[in-house]
Design a protein around this ligand. Structure first.
Ligand SMILES: NC(=O)c1ccc[n+]([C@@H]2O[C@H](COP(=O)([O-])OP(=O)(O)OC[C@H]3O[C@@H](n4cnc5c(N)ncnc54)[C@H](OP(=O)(O)O)[C@@H]3O)[C@@H](O)[C@H]2O)c1
Length: 260
């Protein structure tokens, strides 16, 4: 299927590793010029080389801490001048734990990273897309938006705001060629998940394999997701082919969420 994305430009947030990087690679393979955003310049340089190796296309990068709203305002204001057609949002995952396990600072930091950074990016980047008559917003959310999980209090409580943001952007901009959707991954094999498995294994005195087997046991597909599968879904949603899909929160979870 020709996704008809060649020549488009995408800003990919939290894209030096993991899901954000997989989305950048998938878009670059479709002929999109990508700019990677995350905190560390050295990791970004390496990530841009990874995009080039995987796609044959050079990538640019922009260091930014997405939990710093003032820095986000300045950066997205400047980046909006660079004519991005696509923005893929993500951020480092919030720490796990129960509601009372976090203080106000933790709640505020999770809100800034998971939701406020996305809203600020959209405020700056979406109106110019609408003026040009074409744009795509793809937000990386989580299965927790549809199936809140024990021990994921920050994610369960804050991420559903992405669904409201995508719906609202749709009401405001779909008539001018801009779509906005959320992709909700289940357990997907990234560095973050490997770290979480190692932490849980140490806490419970069991092996990493036992932790991962416990997770996959709950997934009808009987395996973890792959980052490139999330990248492929995001590339499709960003394509011309998906012009009639907007305001949706789409699970990619191997069938784990029980809802219909
Ligand atoms: N993997 C899963 O199973 C899964 C499932 C559902 C939802 N999610 C969510 O998807 C998101 C990405 O997860 P992942 O598995 O891809 O994580 P990851 O492999 O740890 O990658 C996280 C990325 O975010 C960047 N980042 C972290 N904090 C940042 C900040 N404050 N400002 C800018 N960039 C930042 C990191 O780069 P630097 O450290 O260089 O800044 C890195 O590029 C998370 O929110 C996670 O909760 C993941």
């Amino acid at each position: 299927m020709d996704l008809d994305l060649a020549g488009r430009r995408a800003l990919c947030l939290a894209a030096s590793r993991g899901l954000g990087h997989a989305c950048a690679v998938a878009l670059a393979r479709e002929g999109v010029e990508v700019c990677l955003v995350s905190r560390d310049a050295a990791r970004l340089r390496q990530a841009a080389a990874g995009v080039q190796e995987a796609s044959g296309r050079a990538a640019t990068w922009h260091p930014l801490d997405l939990t710093d709203p003032a820095a986000c305002e300045t950066a997205f204001d400047a980046l909006a001048e660079e004519r991005y057609d696509i923005v893929v949002t993500s951020c480092g995952g919030p720490p796990t734990g129960p509601v009372a396990g976090f203080d106000r600072g933790d709640w505020e930091e999770a809100f800034r990273g998971q939701l406020l950074s996305v809203a600020i990016a959209c405020c700056h980047l979406v109106p110019p897309m609408a003026r040009r008559g074409w744009g795509r917003v793809a937000m990386i959310g989580s299965i927790t938006m549809r199936m809140p999980m024990e021990g994921f209090a920050l994610s369960n409580a804050i991420r559903p705001g992405l669904a409201g943001l995508a719906k609202t952007l749709t009401q405001e901009y779909a008539g001018r060629g801009v779509t906005a959707n959320v992709v909700c991954p289940g357990f997907t094999a990234t560095g973050r998940l490997t770290e979480a498995a190692a932490r849980l294994a140490a806490d419970r005195g069991i092996s990493v394999d036992e932790v991962v087997n416990g997770w996959t046991h709950a997934i009808p597909a009987a395996r973890l997701g792959r980052p490139d599968e999330v990248g492929a879904l995001v590339a499709y949603l960003c394509s011309e082919r998906a012009a009639f899909i907007s305001g949706q929160s789409i699970l990619i979870d191997g069938g784990q969420s029980p809802g219909m």
